[in-house]
Design a protein around this ligand. Structure first.
Ligand SMILES: Cc1cc2nc3c(=O)[nH]c(=O)nc-3n(C[C@H](O)[C@H](O)[C@H](O)COP(=O)(O)O)c2cc1C
Length: 159
C-alpha cells in the first residue's frame, strides 16, 4: 500500500502532524510539502492524506491549488483530510469554506488536529492578528491538543 501525506504548513505544526502520521502508517509512506512541490505523480498511490493549517479562515493557497488541479484524481483515491484549527468551534465552517463538497463526502475520515501558536516565531502582521484574537472569548481559552486523533487516523488507515 502506498500513501502520500500532502501537507501545507507555515510554522511547522501541520508538518509535525504529517510526520507523526508517517511514522505510524504501515506500507510505503512519503510526506510532501505542497508549499514546495506541486507536480506529483500520484497514479500508483492508494491513499492520499491532505493536511493544512488555517490562517484567518483559509487553508494554504498551495493546498487550494492542488485540490483544484487534482480534483478528479482525489475522488479516485482513498482520502483522509486533516486541518490544524486552533479553534475547534470553527472547524466545520473551515471545511465547508475551503473544500469542494464532493471531496468532503468522498473522504473516509476528516479530523481537526488542533494547532499551536508560538507568537515569538510569527511575522509582524500575524503577531498583531494574534494579539487581537487573544482579546476574544475563543482566543482567551487555551488551545487543546487532541493526540488521540492521530491514533484514530492511524487505526483507520492501518486496517
Ligand atoms: C494570524 C493567525 C490566524 C489564524 N487563524 C485561524 C483561524 O481562522 N482558525 C483557526 O482555527 N486557527 C487559526 N489560527 C491558528 C493556526 O491554524 C494554528 O496556529 C496552526 O497550528 C498553524 O499551523 P502551522 O504551524 O502548520 O502553520 C491562526 C493563527 C495565526 C497565527
Amino acid at each position: 500500500m502506498k500513501t502520500r501525506i500532502l501537507y501545507a504548513s507555515s510554522y511547522g505544526y501541520a508538518k509535525e502532524m504529517a510526520e507523526q502520521l508517517s511514522v505510524g502508517l504501515s506500507g510505503e509512506v512519503q510526506c510532501v510539502n505542497l508549499n514546495v512541490k506541486q507536480n506529483l505523480d500520484l497514479n500508483d498511490v492508494d491513499t492520499i492524506v491532505l493536511g493544512s493549517s488555517i490562517y484567518v479562515g483559509q487553508i494554504h493557497k498551495s493546498m487550494k491549488e492542488f485540490i483544484k488541479v487534482n480534483h478528479d484524481l482525489l475522488l479516485k483515491k482513498r482520502l483522509v483530510i486533516y486541518l490544524c484549527c486552533a479553534f475547534e468551534h470553527e472547524f466545520e465552517n473551515h471545511l465547508k469554506n475551503n473544500f469542494p463538497l464532493e471531496l468532503l463526502e468522498h473522504a473516509s475520515m476528516i479530523q481537526n488536529l488542533s494547532g499551536a501558536i508560538d507568537k515569538s516565531k510569527l511575522n509582524f502582521g500575524y503577531k498583531m492578528m494574534v494579539s487581537m484574537i487573544e482579546k476574544t472569548e475563543a482566543g482567551k481559552k487555551p488551545i487543546l491538543r487532541y493526540d488521540d486523533r492521530i491514533q484514530t487516523i492511524l487505526s483507520h488507515l492501518n486496517t
